[in-house]
Design a protein around this ligand. Sequence first.
Ligand code: AMP
Length: 282
Amino acid sequence: MKALSVVRSVADLRRAVAERRTAARTIGLVPTMGALHDGHLSLVRGALDRGDVPVASIFVNPTQFGPNEDLGAYPRDEAGDFAKLEAAGCRVAYAPTVEEMYPGPQLTTVTVTGVTDHLCGPFRPGHFQGVATVVCKLLMMAMPDRGYFGEKDYQQLQVLRRMARDLNMPVEIVGMPTIREPDGLAMSSRNRYLSPAERQTALAVYRQLIAVADAVRDGKASCAQVAEKAAKALLEAGFDKVEYLTVVDAESLAPLEHVHGPARVAVAVRLGRTRLIDNIAV
Ligand code: AMP
């Protein structure tokens, strides 16, 4: 048997998972949209570390893209992705077509309220419903013991945690730390859109996140004032737009005026045709 099995149908995925699940071996699902980098592979390693057989999915999910977003331009490199998954120790790659995921009209969706009111929610209407629905479907298809998700998409992680908890899904949602380039830029498939000059400008995102976290940590400073100053600095550094730069409660994601408990600084900016998001713990 080849180290990595590539499957494209729900039936083949279920067969591949059933063959690998034993009393001693649990299954860890790593959902991705492909164009894999070390951030994705760290999730595969996280599954291996916990004793799971890693199963990755590669699916550019149309329902989580808005009409003016980058669905058509989203980078795709299936052969490269399979090679990276195999080298990382992943055992099954599920790469379905859109028709396999959505055969005919879908009348059922998953909507998570509350945590979607903030941050990216208002800027990407329908996005988290698309994410929650596709991840719910992937979890039902693979039936893993654990699902692995990156803190890079912190709001997505919170949305999926709520979904799993509220719907009593028999799966543990595991959040994994953000993997960064040596200079601090969070790894993202969308970094490929950046020109060399934009790539340099993009460094300011992580720097400002650190500056904000440092400034609000002791609970004295006004989060809104500190964040406003940092947003101004980002615009001066050359970003076209700061959609938000906000200090939020780490669980509810509601904006905070002062930090008194677990908090996160989160940012979304636009640079040319690229939208970048990042966040760090306070
Ligand atoms: P995507 O392919 O962008 O949908 O991401 C698939 C998964 O990889 C999601 O759970 C992301 O949060 C996670 N991920 C993406 N970039 C990183 C990163 N730099 N560090 C850790 N996890 C990441």
